[in-house]
Design a protein around this ligand. Sequence first.
Ligand code: C5J
Length: 221
Amino acid sequence: MSFEIDARSFAYRCPADGTALLLIDLQRDFVEPGGFGASLGNDVSRLRPAIKACRRLLETFRALGLPVLHTREAHRPDLADCPPAKRLRGEPPLRIGDAGPMGHLLVAGETGTEIVPECRPLPGETVIDKPGKGAFYATDFGTHLERLGITHLVVGGVTTEVCVQSTLREANDRGYECLLVEEATESYFPEFKRATLEMVRAQGAIVGWTAALADVLRAFA
Ligand code: C5J
């Protein structure tokens, strides 16, 4: 059995026994005031629409019994996995590891790295803490995909041009067929989201596919 999604730039086909939902970094640090995203000067309210769309995808995949994987951008409390170049860049009021209203920024186990309640993982769903922007770098994400027999990833999360795009490119280079759900991803910069969607699907799906949420839900109904 397989699903066919009316995607851009052309149809996306994925097998029922090889497709997973991947939700990237839907953690409080990026979508709530006082977190890492806000410390960089961003309007975090811009990301909220993606949460609702990701929730719809979660409900659909869970109802079908298809695998769901979540990532969080989260460092070890001792920051041993945070390169100084990442921590010290720029002049933010709070840096990675500094104490803020939701605990130490981008540190595993702190309130800020909790996934938002709407998309909270269920027992049995894989959760990957990643120190980089891409989900494969310095994690066992690839091992989990192999264990689950995954070849196709339906993707949502934040932010579009940073962790989502990095992960799509890493996955594409490893041979995964990826579809990014347009309403299920957001950027602090609308023009970056638009450009990312276009560059992903350009040149005959050079990185992957994009599709409207309604078309994805219809295909899985
Ligand atoms: C960022 C992410 N934007 N999850 N991380 O720093 O996209």
